[in-house]
Write a protein that binds this ligand. Structure first.
Ligand SMILES: Cc1ncc(C[n+]2csc(CCOP(=O)(O)OP(=O)(O)O)c2C)c(N)n1
Length: 530
């Protein structure tokens, strides 16, 4: 006989899932054991939120749903952050929690929460796994996550149901829906015509682009020498060291310069542009020539946009000659952007934030995967880390939820064990989940962590000052980052010297080991770059 838990594990294994992330409770032990027997590793983490965040990054890099497994009640409640993140950051995530069996007496309320009601508004597929439905529900949940825009499925399986015999033996085949390529040539011709009439066009590439199209996209913007900008979550889709790269739009450092550049463009192409990443409203206030392959976050298709296959459009564009020349159309903005990084000196006892990025970029190889947490440091790395390759930059930007940086680094390192991984986090975010450093060591996912120490929730402190409010409760006491790393079994050091930072990172990268580098910064310095 095949139990429902065994059937669930088998369906996941047959779908190519090799790892799930989670934190157990008694009610998921049978499922965990069946996962083990099916050859699926359980990546044990120290908080369900971190497990869900790591799973989603791992899944997106593997081109399959990330899977997070939790117990019922409190474990399931801890999933709100990663499920919300997966929805707004377009990362495919399947969550499976235990639940009290439906046939328990109504008086049994211990650890009982209305989990389906809680997650239905954000998950696109919510179901109970039972012995009679398992072969239908689990494949459906997996396919739903992979429908674009990527999203969340949420399933519950009670410990009692897990042991029941599963009815049937064949998983239903459910394929995610695809966009058709009809209309691609028409859209390519219309775009080429409009570009031919533009003096200062700007191609803005966003989260709706599939990284599988990176090579085509690079060929197109480079052979036509088109000015190009990206949103933070697709950093690396083009090589940011190329001369036609204008910058990162979507609320990072130098955003004033980027907003000026967008205003100065006489034609903006939104290539997969998803406003979920943009904290201002220019996407609604100025005309945009949309080229979308799938609806944006929230299922939104901007008016005037017709969904079209990006690969087919790019292929059709590549058959044509460039309809114009736009030499150095955005040079003024590129120069202003570059100056904000370099035109600063460190305050006493700290490192100039720009020097942190430059020192690390000088030694880390192009395939390095960078993750950030949320705060001023995210704005810094989001704008200025020179991403060279697709899928090498990960941040929470649709939700912008703290605790992402270290979790994402674990997911990324497990998915790409050969790539160096570097997490840049604030001291506030680091104190939310530094304990996952131990997880990283235990599961064989070493990475370098840079902790930008400013003793404050600096982005919020800066915002407080911007609103002319007194500084109030945005600063915190010191936790020794190096000792914290040491307590988790990871070496740490503190430096304010860019050369020392660079050589320490280079050594850790070469030796493929974890290292935590604390870098004191002055939070006031960030404001000179924003
Ligand atoms: C889970 C969560 N809580 C609160 C916030 C609001 N918030 C955004 S940035 C920030 C400050 C982060 O501080 P730190 O990690 O030290 O980074 P820094 O801004 O100093 O670089 C806060 C509290 C958030 N985005 N996510």
């Amino acid at each position: 006989m095949t139990s429902t838990a065994a059937a669930t594990a088998r369906i996941l294994a047959d779908a190519g899932i090799r790892r799930v992330f989670g934190l157990p409770g008694g009610e998921v032990l049978v499922l965990m054991d069946e996962l083990r027997r099916a050859g699926i590793d359980f990546v044990l983490m120290r908080h369900e939120a971190n497990a869900g965040l790591a799973a989603a990054v791992y899944g997106k890099l593997q081109r399959q749903p990330g899977v997070v497994v939790t117990t019922l009640g409190p474990g399931a409640a801890n999933l709100m952050l990663p499920l919300s993140n997966a929805v707004l950051d377009l990362e495919p995530l399947l969550a499976i929690s235990a639940q009290i069996p439906d046939d328990f007496p109504p008086s049994h309320t211990h650890q009982l929460l209305p989990l389906h009601d809680v997650y239905r508004p954000i998950a696109r597929y919510v179901e109970t796994i039972t012995g009679t439905t398992v072969f239908d529900v689990v494949p459906h949940a997996l396919a739903s996550c992979m429908e674009r825009p990527f999203g969340v499925s949420y399933l519950t399986l009670s410990a009692r149901e897990a042991l029941k015999q599963a009815a049937g033996s064949t998983a239903r085949t459910v394929a995610p829906k695809r966009t058709s390529d009809t209309g691609a040539r028409t859209q390519a011709d219309a775009l080429a015509r409009a570009l031919g009439n533009a003096q200062r066009p700007l191609v803005v590439i966003g989260l709706g682009i599939d990284s599988a199209n990176a090579a085509r996209m690079r060929r197109w913007v480079n052979t036509w020498n088109l000015p190009v900008a990206v949103t933070p979550k697709v950093k690396g889709i083009v090589d940011e060291t190329d001369g036609n790269f204008v910058g990162v739009v979507g609320g990072m450092a130098a955003d004033g310069v980027m907003c000026d550049a967008i205003a100065a463009a006489d034609f903006v192409v939104g290539f997969g542009l998803d406003p979920v990443e943009v904290d201002k409203t220019w996407h609604d206030e100025r005309p945009i020539h949309w080229l979308l392959e799938s609806p944006n976050a929230g299922g939104i298709v901007p008016s005037g946009a017709t969904l079209v296959d990006h690969a087919a459009v790019l292929d059709a564009l590549l058959e044509q000659s460039p309809p114009g020349l736009w030499p150095a159309a955005f040079k003024e903005y590129q120069d202003r952007r570059a100056r904000l990084l370099t035109d600063g000196t460190a305050s006493a006892g700290t490192m100039w934030p720009g020097d942190i990025v430059r020192a690390l970029a000088s030694v880390m190889p192009p395939e390095t995967i960078v993750t950030t947490d949320v705060g001023s440091h995210k704005y810094l790395f989001g704008q200025y880390w020179p991403s060279r390759e697709p899928e090498t930059f990960w941040m929470s930007n649709g939700l912008s939820g703290m605790a992402y940086g270290l979790s994402a680094a674990i997911g990324a390192k497990l998915a790409r064990p050969d790539a160096p991984v570097l997490a840049a986090v604030g001291d506030g975010g680091f104190s939310m989940n530094a304990q996952e450093l131990e997880t990283a060591e235990r599961v064989g996912a070493p990475f370098i962590t840079i902790v930008l120490e400013d003793g404050s929730y600096s982005l919020i402190k800066i915002s407080q000052a911007g609103k002319k409010l007194p500084s109030y409760r945005t600063e915190f006491g010191r936790i020794d980052t190096v000792k914290m790393a040491d307590a988790c079994g990871v070496n740490g050091l503190r430096t304010t010297n860019p050369d020392e930072l660079a050589s320490a990172a280079k050594r850790a990268c070469a030796e493929r080991r974890s290292l935590v580098i604390a870098v004191p910064v002055n939070d006031a310095d960030y404001t000179r770059m924003f």
